[in-house]
Design a protein around this ligand. Structure first.
Ligand SMILES: Nc1nc2c(c(=O)[nH]1)N[C@H]1C(S)=C(S)[C@@H](COP(=O)(O)O)O[C@H]1N2
Ligand SMILES: [Mo]
Length: 213
């Protein structure tokens, strides 16, 4: 499968090894990669919304101040861009997706979520991928607040999927009782996006991997 990569000692701690998924190459530094402009953060207008099929049928809304008061954790994760470069070993700090699920429980029929960002950018995820242990709404990277171009104030990181599944500038989560394609999933990218299976493009999808295109 992937080629083993050994980091210079000290960079990520002694003996830490990451692996590159098939077809990926290691990128030094941290490029900025997204479609469209970088949004301006307006704290008085910003809110984080959970809507759709919630357990009690109500929407849930957090101001920026409230959001930063949610449970905080950190996750070391790699970021694999489908254009074939990978950044390894960032430490992301923020609110685990599991904390959102706990604060705003989904209805029992929820199978997928749509994560919404500024300008209507979106990414769909299976509920199981969203609820996975490493999935985190990151506010910090390597101990510092995110920069605007990397998603300030909040970006999603889904360590086990390609990076487009993690919107920067997230504004909300929609609970869904059936799957629907997000921004890149409608535009030729794979509905599931597992880098270890090289699920890059929608033409690779097998029956059951996603809704009809
Ligand atoms: N809102 C938004 N988030 C996005 C994207 C985008 O176009 N818009 N691109 C994704 C892709 S393809 C990648 S590789 C990562 C890149 O994150 P970075 O700029 O912090 O390296 O952001 C992801 N999140
Ligand atoms: Mo990407």
């Amino acid at each position: 499968m992937g080629q083993p990569v050994e980091h210079e000692s000290g960079e990520f701690g002694e003996g830490v090894r990451s692996e590159l998924p098939p077809g990926q190459r290691l990128q030094r530094g941290w490029p900025v990669m997204h479609y469209g402009p970088v949004p301006k953060f307006r704290p008085e207008r910003w809110e984080f919304r959970v809507f759709g099929a919630t357990a009690d049928g109500d929407k849930r809304c957090w101001t920026h101040e409230e959001f930063t008061g949610l449970p905080y954790t950190s996750v070391v994760a790699d970021l694999h861009c489908v254009t074939k470069f990978s950044m390894l070993g960032a430490e992301w700090g923020g609110v685990p997706a599991s904390a959102i699920l706990k604060a705003a429980p989904p209805a029992s029929g929820v199978t997928h979520v749509m994560v919404w960002a500024e300008y209507g950018f979106s990414a769909n995820l299976r509920l199981s991928d969203f609820a996975a242990e490493g999935t985190i709404f990151a506010t910090h990277k390597d101990g510092e607040l995110l920069t605007a171009e990397h998603g300030f104030p909040v970006r999603l990181v889904v360590p086990h999927l390609y990076a487009w599944k993690g919107p920067k500038w997230v504004r909300g989560v929609e609970y869904m009782t059936e799957d629907r394609r997000g921004f890149w999933e409608e535009r030729g990218y794979h509905n599931l996006g597992d880098p270890w299976k090289e699920q890059r493009y929608s033409y690779q999808e097998e029956p059951g991997d996603g809704p009809e295109l």
